[in-house]
Each structure stands twice: as structure tokens, then as C-alpha cells.
Design a protein around this ligand. Sequence first.
Ligand SMILES: Cc1cc2nc3c(=O)[nH]c(=O)nc-3n(C[C@H](O)[C@H](O)[C@H](O)COP(=O)(O)O)c2cc1C
Length: 164
Amino acid sequence: MKRIGIFYGSTTGNTGSIAKKIASVLDADLYNIADNNINKMNDYNNIIIGASTWCYGDLQDDWETYIGELANIDLSNKKIAFFGLGDSEVYPDTFVDAIGIIYSKIESQQCKIVGQIDRENYNFNESLAIKNGKFIGLALDEDNESHLSEPRLNKWIENLSLEF
Ligand SMILES: Cc1cc2nc3c(=O)[nH]c(=O)nc-3n(C[C@H](O)[C@H](O)[C@H](O)COP(=O)(O)O)c2cc1C
């Protein structure tokens, strides 16, 4: 397995604590993008992007600040996985939208998206993170379904480690 870099933005710490768990299992390097380090993506062929969704389908603040920088990074031939934190009960129409927004900024580059998951076993109405009937990455709801996070995470990491 090649080196993995995890790049996340987190406002109240939920995405950060999941990012730390992923980093410890996959032995990955961890970057909180609030530290203005997105350009470190250049150093990795395997990248994990984590973001929470805020204010009815908006990017988390640090992603809002730095998302434009993705256009300056050559992501072609890199493998990219997403994980998103959201609240499917209070925001069922914009559940984990942020990772869908980030995906839309990079989809034209020739990168390979890995780690898509089935939408079954989630209760929500709409999400920008659904492409071709699947979540583009792992969706977690720490607000209402924190008991499901660990099994969801373990299964996702197991599949991901076969892809990286
Ligand atoms: C004001 C507010 C707006 C939110 N908007 C959304 C939303 O549109 N979609 C969603 O899935 N979650 C939404 N959430 C839930 C957060 O994404 C969720 O609590 C997440 O775990 C926060 O992660 P973080 O601590 O890493 O920022 C919102 C939460 C708050 C407090």
C-alpha cells in the first residue's frame, strides 16, 4: 500500500475525530486543512478527503476558504476517497452535501474515485454526494447514528485498503 494523506475540515471536531481514527488504522498522514496545507496533496497518490456539511448544504468553513486551491493541484492518476459527516434527521435534503460539492470541483480531473458505498440503510431525502445511485464516499451521522459509525467505518476502511 502506498502512502496515504488525509485532508479534512471540521468545525466542531466530529470529522476530525473520524479522520484520526482512519489515520491510525491505515497509518496515514493527517492534515487539518485549516492549517493551509492542501498543496501537500501533491505528495500523495492516495488521498482521503473529509468534510462536514453546514448551513443547509454548504461546505464546512475551512473547505469554503481553501476549495479553490484544488484547481492548482494535479490530481490526475491519483486515487481519491471521500468521507462526509452530516445530520440526516435535521437536514435530510442536504445530507453530507459538502463531499458532493468537493467532488464536483475535481471530477473533471483524471483521478480515480474509490470507496463508494451503497445508500441503503441511510434515511435521507437528497444528497449531492449521491452519484450513479451510490454515495461517492463514506457518509456518517454522528448526531443521530453514532452507534453505526464504527461498523460503517470499519467496513469502509477494509474495502478501501484493497483499493489503495
Ligand atoms: C447550523 C448547522 C447546519 C448544518 N447543516 C447540515 C446540512 O446541511 N447537511 C448535513 O448533512 N449536516 C448538517 N449539519 C450537521 C453537521 O454536518 C454535523 O453535526 C457534523 O457532524 C459536524 O461535523 P464537524 O464537527 O466535523 O464540523 C449542520 C449542523 C449545524 C449545527
